[in-house]
Write a protein that binds this ligand. Sequence first.
Ligand SMILES: C[S@@+](CC[C@H](N)C(=O)[O-])C[C@H]1O[C@@H](n2cnc3c(N)ncnc32)[C@H](O)[C@@H]1O
Length: 288
Amino acid sequence: MAAGNLNTLIADAARKLETVGIESGGAEAEYILCELLDFDRLHLYLHGPSLIDDALIARFEAIIAKRLTRYPLQYILGVAWFFGRKFIVNEAVMVPTPETELLLDSILRASRRCRSHPVTVLDVGVGSGVLSVSAALENPELAITAVDISDAALGVARQNAERLDAADRITFVQSDLFSALKPGPQFDIIASNPPYIADGEYDGLPLEVKADPRISLLGGPKGMDIINRLIKEAPDYLRRPGYLMFEIGYDQAQDVFAAVQADSLYVDCTLQKDLNDIDRVVICRVES
Ligand SMILES: C[S@@+](CC[C@H](N)C(=O)[O-])C[C@H]1O[C@@H](n2cnc3c(N)ncnc32)[C@H](O)[C@@H]1O
């Protein structure tokens, strides 16, 4: 294939994707080719033209055809990137979002302030395992317990932990929040990216988001059901000092603040904004 044909292949795909409302069609087309060739973008343009043959073009076109239905690219390819690592994903787990990297950053920063050895972390709603696996790999001092109500999600998380060589640092437990854990304060940090979308907002979500499992998205009438349970139940499982931190929706900061302030066990509550200047991560501290 000539270099110009690579540009045409990408531009044609981008044009098709834009007709169904996918604005970043060019970037997606490049990314698909990179994944098919296992190249980064530079190598795609340097070596791609000599390697792209009819068979690869057919695979590329089949992926574009599927993507035109607005089915998430991560499910089509079976992989998603998080904090610089590639994770396996399928319909059993939510596609990880870049905002959740902020929660990972908060876990890592809080873990450096903890005095325990090892620092114990509970990941509530592990999904594909992006938080637990990344935290384990970024900080060797952490011992992580990861729970999810979904057995299928736990299977994907285990697979990712094994592939990325973090399985010996993470204990996986099927549990409705804390219900299957032994009672008592045992974690320095409890972290969660919970389902926080209000039931009434579901219909208006982009098709890509609606492909995520409903149990990973929906948090009751105001999206606060799981968050409220976390705020209420976490102190029973936290060491002192200890941290509860979790991701929230774009409009939930006030309700969350009110719920934390109403609970005298929390001495502090701070918010971290995401790159779009939206309050995204809540960090609550318990002292005694
Ligand atoms: C928003 S997803 C987060 C997944 C992953 N941690 C991430 O950040 O990509 C929420 C996860 O919580 C799980 N979940 C929902 N309700 C739960 C419950 N009551 N107890 C435990 N896990 C729950 C879902 O199965 C889903 O995997």
